[in-house]
Ligand binder design. Structure first.
Ligand code: NAG
Ligand code: NAG
Ligand code: FE2
Length: 428
């Protein structure tokens, strides 16, 4: 260790000691930021890369991947390791962004598939065999939840922890690659998440880092995001990849867009009102919402942004009347859990609000909080990590937040939720 590093270690040591003293043993020595990763593509121009899958309807799966040069948009899949099953054909697209031209983005929907089942698959004319496991059709189901993922050494740690959790499905409330206009970073991100996202469905919504709009030069927002991360929006009657819903194992999940229209005259608002009307809590006792910019937040970061305040003012009544169980957000690079709230007050029939924008992006942590802590905020901490929502049955779900303590996943917050559909005074 050189002298500079030794000095930093000494300072950190003193901070830990002061922290332990001030926090009564609960203090956590926040690690410094880690390097941004670039995940290279080692194989040939025709070999598949950036493979990710997403659930479509009740029993289908969309398989998305990219090749540098044109290859067939076909998937062979089977329950046996040779993957020599029927072949399904899909579509191929590409996009331009300034001087960048994307690879061939292939998109194939396979199924019907059995629930909770292992499938093997091959892409185009490549001989490489991948596998995925479909989500269960009944409880229990385990969701991994993490936002603001990015692609740093911290992201890598977070992904390792998630891979070890044996989750069924990923829910990501926005800010994926932090490409920030540099399109090759989208490719790098695709390759970084491929080992996980090719094996379990990744259901995502967009954040501000997905907009990538440039005045005059590139006026269209969400170009890379919409081309690379197509979600099953048509299936839920939505006209936009920026908001949609789906049902899995007794859970109705709604993905909202913080960076598209949300006022009462907007297409998104009308779609949301209609989608909530269709929810049948006998069939799906659990109702979750994901969006990027948090409606409740006691961090000093991202206060008073219209995407938070105006969207909340516009849509909070809809979610409250529908008895949404949990609302997950990202954007603030930290973890925070609120009690059940409605219009800024504790309310037994309101949603639990959770900020989980702590995946590990290159901008670092948001570590300043508003003091004193508002009573409705139950737990807040600026550390990287991820969440697991384990919905065990129609009435009970366990939420755990796993902090990246250096490279160990440590459960730092844990709570049981009761579905609002079974709380007598809150019944819709
Ligand atoms: C699925 O694929 C991964 C990644 O290639 C591999 O590590 C794993 O062993 C495979 N699982 C099965 C059951 O074949
Ligand atoms: C649901 O799970 C909870 C927690 O494990 C358990 O206490 C409860 O009895 C379960 N309910 C049913 C109907 O199985
Ligand atoms: Fe953000």
């Amino acid at each position: 260790m050189d002298r500079e590093a030794q000095r930093i270690m000494n300072v950190l040591f003193v901070i830990v000691i002061i922290g332990l003293w001030a926090g009564g043993g609960h203090a956590y020595n926040r690690p410094p930021p880690r390097q941004t990763l670039f995940t290279p593509h080692a194989d040939s121009d025709t070999s598949p890369q950036q493979v990710h899958i997403s659930a479509v309807g009740k029993d289908k799966m969309r398989i998305s991947w990219i090749t540098d040069t044109p290859t067939p948009a076909t998937v062979h899949y089977a329950a046996s390791p040779d993957a020599n099953g029927p072949s399904t054909t899909g579509t191929t697209s590409s996009y331009r962004y300034l001087l960048y031209k994307s690879g061939q983005i292939h998109d194939v929907i396979v199924g019907p598939l059995k629930p909770n089942a292992l499938y093997y698959y091959r892409l185009g004319d490549s001989s490489q065999v991948y596998n995925f496991t479909t989500p269960p059709s009944q409880f229990p189901i385990k969701f991994a939840v993490v936002g603001d993922l990015g692609q740093t050494e911290w992201t890598k740690t977070t992904l390792q922890h998630i891979a070890n959790s044996n989750y069924d499905m990923m829910l990501l409330p926005g800010d994926l690659s932090y490409a920030d206009y540099i399109q090759s970073r989208w490719d790098s991100f695709g390759r970084l998440v491929d080992p996980l996202a090719s094996q379990r469905p990744w259901m995502v919504t967009q954040g501000n880092h997905e907009i990538e709009k440039i005045p005059i030069l590139h006026r269209k927002p969400f170009t890379a995001y919409n081309a690379r991360w197509r979600m099953p929006f048509e299936e839920s009657g939505s006209d936009s990849n920026l908001y949609y819903s789906f049902e899995v194992a007794g859970v109705h999940v709604i993905m909202l867009g913080s960076y598209t229209g949300f006022h009462s005259d907007s297409a998104q608002y009308k779609w949301l009102a209609g989608d909530l009307q269709k929810v049948d809590r006998n069939k799906t006792p659990w109702l979750l919402v994901l969006l990027h910019a948090p409606w409740y937040n006691s961090n000093t970061a991202h206060q008073n942004e219209p995407e938070s305040y105006d969207m909340k003012a516009s849509m909070e009544d809809l979610l409250y009347q529908a008895r949404v169980d949990v609302v997950f957000a990202g954007h603030v690079h930290a973890y925070e859990r609120f009690t059940r709230v409605y219009k800024d007050k504790a309310d037994n029939c309101g949603s639990v609000y959770i900020t989980i924008g702590d995946g590990g992006n290159r901008e670092g942590l948001a570590s300043k909080y508003i003091d004193p802590k508002p009573e409705i905020s139950v737990f807040r901490e600026a550390s990287f990590g991820h969440g697991i929502l384990d919905v065990v049955n129609a009435t009970h779900a366990q939420w755990t937040w796993h902090r990246n303590d250096d490279d160990e996943a440590v459960v730092a917050d844990s709570v049981w939720f009761n579905s609002l559909s079974t709380v007598p005074n809150c019944k819709v």
